[in-house]
Design a protein around this ligand. Sequence first.
Ligand code: HGY
Ligand code: MN
Ligand code: MN
Length: 421
Amino acid sequence: MSIAANITVNAERLWDTIMETARIGATPKGGIKRLTLTDLDRQVRDWFRAACEAAGCTVTIDDMGNMFARRPGRDNTLPPIAIGSHLDTQPTGGKFDGVIGVLSGLEAIRTLNDLQIETNAPIEVVNWTNEEGSRFAPAMLCSGVFAGVFPREFADSREDREGHRFGEELDRIGYRGTETCGAHKFGAHFELHIEQGPILEAEGKTIGIVTGVQGMRWFEVNVTGRESHAGSTPMSLRHDAMVAAARMIVAVSDIARRHGPAGVGTVGLVECRPNSRNVIPGSVFFSIDFRHPEDSAVAAMEDEMRRAVAEIAAADAVEAAVERVWDSPAVRFNDDCIGAVERAAAAQGYPARRIVSGAGHDAAYVARVAPTSMIFVPCEGGLSHNEAEKTEKDQVTAGANVLLRAVLDTDQRFAERERGG
Ligand code: HGY
Ligand code: MN
Ligand code: MN
């Protein structure tokens, strides 16, 4: 069966679902704040389950809250071809990060229904729990459990900055399913996502054929000085955790720039205690996010950071403890899946280029247990993790068309392999 080049999704329906779900957690600036395992996450999960069931899917949930909407194929003994991403967002998230990957999967199901196309293998649309890692670190937590990277108990034990535990929050919203996370096998997995960077837009490309994801490491630093009076403590006698942390934060940026242009370093979360304007801060907590396409460079950035933190702590007469909380090595996706995306973009005439992802994605972990690749579409100015995040209807539609065609291409390839072709 050759795949009709003119199979296209329903652009209006896809866009309408993106705008409809964007109302769940909508912010005044046009973004979405829908942190994982909050009541808003439960609301969008309820929406997603109902929409998938209305499209004839059966929805199962594993014990990490990962959701699987399954459309049967001719041979349901075969492992499904999965289309996955995430519905949780950053605190200043946009309408499209993660969302277009899940909702394009639903749109693919709806389009196959409209055209009465029966695939050989089942198709599954997946909503991965806690991709963002904003509320519960690390990111990609439950695709990580699925891929055997993290034990379930580790995930359950993760705490947000208010002390809520992941496992208790998952139970509270009623989305801990019965299936053991990871028991589910895929024949292949595809993820559509906005690029979250400037390259496709700058080069006038509609499709990114994603070949892999760069390496990432997260750290938590606790700087301990001594609270004392802002007015009566001479500068020479201070153990000022804030000033020391500030020097360390600048060092993170300097280290990333030394490993540039590919290296990046970010401090996004800072807490100061007691956080009182006339008390010299006794302790400061901050996060570090280092990334680079080469794992050796990420390791070098970590070494340089640890040395800088120790030197600054000694010079400023404070203590500093550095803990690595996440290490996600660089990932290379499956060549057959990359090829399916490349063929799909070419068959539909979309200008495309190969690209490595700067952002982390669930596909990075799923790639450890199933042949996987990703599809990118541009976003305006490369802006993401920002309420002004923007992509165009025709770009999302192009991405969804390539996604659907790559899935059908893979389904056909697997069927021919089954027949010994
Ligand atoms: O951090 C990331 O790259 C992803 O957005 N969670
Ligand atoms: Mn994402
Ligand atoms: Mn994100």
